[in-house]
Design a protein around this ligand. Structure first.
Ligand code: 13P
Length: 258
């Protein structure tokens, strides 16, 4: 059984005070949810305080990026041991905003995913097509290439903790969600690909999240799809009310998806 993951990507929002307040608000509301893996990913500078606030709670903390070297002269970068030392458990890797604005490629994603797993953090590896690629009918090819490129050289045991997030770029922050069927088509293709690259058992065990304008009013229909195992949420994760709503709906739906 795949436990659903609801992860909030706070992007470059919330200073330390705001972040701790938001974390506290969410914590108060979801303390009794035990069938959803809840994750928040604040900006780097907030991570220490948010980890402290959420210590011993049912909410886990992730970073939005990392570097693959353990330490060294890499100005501006943050390493996996540093993230671990403050209590982070996850790292979002290869988000489309990082691919688009900061030169992230399948190769750098591959190195970062490897470093996360080697260092004991759970990578949430993001993939997704831009609008022009969707309109040209290239979605499945683009996503296939990103998934295989990101996982190049890894064996089945190595990727045990991996989480994949499918985020169509045209649906991010636009209010234009992929329909549940559009999302399911890509999720099921990713699972088929994992099955070919590894095994059916492995493919069946990996969580594939959907991201792109997920809101309280569309989460249920998305989560009803057989291959959607949770969501990576931007805008709606910045307010405790909407994020908590999404968590509660997911928790309520949880009825033995295989
Ligand atoms: P929105 O939920 O704001 O569309 O953002 C999605 C996203 O990029 C999460 O990583």
């Amino acid at each position: 059984m795949r436990i659903p993951v609801i992860a909030g990507n706070w992007k470059m929002y919330k200073d330390v005070r705001e972040a701790v307040e938001l974390a506290n608000d969410i914590k108060r509301e979801v303390y009794n949810v035990d069938n959803v893996e809840i994750v928040v990913c604040p900006p780097f500078v907030d991570l220490g305080d948010v980890c402290e606030m959420l210590d011993e709670s049912n909410i886990l903390v992730g970073a939005q990026n990392c570097y693959w070297e353990k330490e060294g002269a890499f100005t501006g970068e943050v390493s996996i041991p540093m993230l671990k030392s403050i209590g982070c458990k996850y790292v979002v890797i290869g988000h489309s905003e990082r691919r688009q604005f900061f030169g992230e490629t399948d190769e750098t994603v591959n190195k970062k995913v490897a470093a996360c797993i080697n260092g004991g953090l759970i990578p949430i590896m993001c993939v997704g097509e831009v609008l022009a690629e969707r309109e040209a009918g290239k979605t499945l090819d683009v996503v296939k290439k990103q998934v295989s490129g990101g996982l190049k050289g890894f064996n089945e045991t190595f990727i045990s903790t991996l989480i994949i997030a499918y985020e169509p770029v045209w649906a991010i922050g636009t209010g234009r969600t992929a329909t549940p069927l559009q999302a399911q088509e890509v999720h099921s293709m990713i699972r088929d690909l994992l099955s070919k690259l590894y095994s059916k058992a492995k493919a069946d065990s990996i969580r594939i999240l959907y991201g792109g304008s997920v809101k309280p009013d569309n989460i249920v229909d998305l989560m009803k799809q057989g291959d959607i195992d949770g969501a990576l949420i931007g805008g709606a994760s910045l307010k405790s009310a909407s994020f908590v709503d999404i968590i509660r709906s997911t928790s309520g739906l949880r009825s033995g998806k295989k």
